[in-house]
Design a binder for this molecule. Structure first.
Ligand code: NAI
Length: 335
């Protein structure tokens, strides 16, 4: 998109050094002035949007009804999400108040799919533990025993852009792939077996979540659904934390029903992730319990964090903002 847009100040919440670096490459024409704000957007930080008709937000900015009303009162007209998921935004209230919302529907789905596979391989072959052992001169293999991935059954929940990329990776490893999606993709039927959720949960050695978080699938992985899984199952979540009931997950780990957990997202992550908290006393007891299990691997929402994905996010977000200003809306990116 090459249209020239009028000069516009954009309040850029939850900004990190890497955001500044990447976005500066796409705003060189100076038509957009990004006001980088480290703080996360919530009810307390809304006033920082004063003077900006467009704001740019990320996954853990909290745009609930109250925040959206406050933004409208400040004159905000456009919320540009620099991510795919929009479960953190009260879209209905935005529309009622005349605020348009854009997002980045697709950006390097391979980045997230590859991270899901990285979690699987690390959990299975314990490379994170082997690395530390060898560094300390400990070459003992006891405790590092893994399983061969070839011929294992992987259940994929959600076969959109990321799920599809993940299916291709799993096929490359020679796995049998089961899939559950309320809207199956006919193009994938040659490489996956679509089935219902209960069958997928009962048959899979590894289950990987690749669906968005909606009102209907909050705590999709709960005590009841965990009970349907194979003993020793590996569960991977790179989608959204609240797809899993973390209390039920901890119970499943304690009873050893669940054999491995790999998480890039966590349901209360907004209070924890994207900051250095190594010198703080973490108050989230559930998270602390979860991170004590030897067979749990948690990363801090970094699935999207590849150079290619960041470039695509920045390009599309800047295009969305300029498109909004020029009244040239790309329907695929506006909600
Ligand atoms: P997409 O919209 O291309 O595909 C989502 C698929 O999930 C669709 O086929 C849809 O029919 C299906 N689906 C919806 N509800 C479902 C349910 N209850 N059970 C099973 N399937 C269901 O989305 P895409 O691009 O594949 O992204 C998926 C999710 O990944 C995003 O919504 C986001 O939450 C997460 N994500 C995580 C990132 C990370 O850094 N960890 C980065 C980007 C996205």
């Amino acid at each position: 998109m090459n249209q020239t847009a009028p000069h516009c100040q954009v309040a850029f919440f939850s900004s990190k050094r890497y955001d500044k670096q990447v976005f500066s490459q796409f705003t060189e024409d100076a038509s957009l002035e990004l006001l980088h704000i480290e703080a996360r957007l919530d009810e307390n930080t809304v006033p920082l949007a004063t003077g900006s008709k467009t704001i740019c937000v990320f996954v853990n900015d909290e745009l609930n009804t109250q925040v959206v009303i406050q933004l409208a009162e400040l004159g905000v007209k456009h919320i540009a999400l620099r991510c795919a998921g929009y479960n953190n935004v009260d879209i209905a209230t935005c529309h009622q108040l005349g605020i348009s919302v854009s997002h980045v529907p697709v950006y390097s789905p391979h980045a997230i799919a590859e991270h899901a596979m990285a979690l699987i391989l690390t959990l299975n072959r314990r490379t994170h533990k082997a690395y530390n052992r060898v560094k300390e001169g400990n070459f003992d293999l006891q405790g590092l025993l893994g399983f061969t991935l070839h011929n294992k059954t992987i259940g994929v929940i959600g076969t959109g852009h990321i799920g599809r990329a993940f299916v291709n990776i799993a096929n490359g490893f020679g796995c049998r792939v089961l899939a559950y999606d309320p809207k199956p993709n006919p193009a994938l039927e040659a490489v996956v077996e679509y089935t219902d959720l209960a069958h997928l949960l009962g048959e899979s050695d590894i289950i990987s979540l690749h669906c968005p978080l909606t009102k209907d699938n909050h705590h999709l992985i709960n005590q009841q659904n965990i009970a349907l899984m194979k003993n020793g199952v590996m569960l991977i979540n790179t989608s959204r934390g609240a797809l899993i009931d973390t209390g039920a997950l901890v119970k499943g780990l304690k009873s050893q029903k669940i054999g491995y957990v790999g998480l890039d997202v966590y349901e209360m992550e907004s209070e924890l992730f994207f900051r250095d908290r190594s010198c703080e006393v973490i108050q989230d007891d559930l998270f602390q319990r979860l991170s004590t299990f030897h067979n749990v691997l948690i990363t801090g929402h970094q699935g999207f964090f590849s150079q290619e994905a960041l470039n695509e996010i920045a390009q599309t977000t800047v295009d969305n903002i300029k498109g909004f200003l020029a009244n040239q809306i790309n329907a695929e990116c506006f909600l």
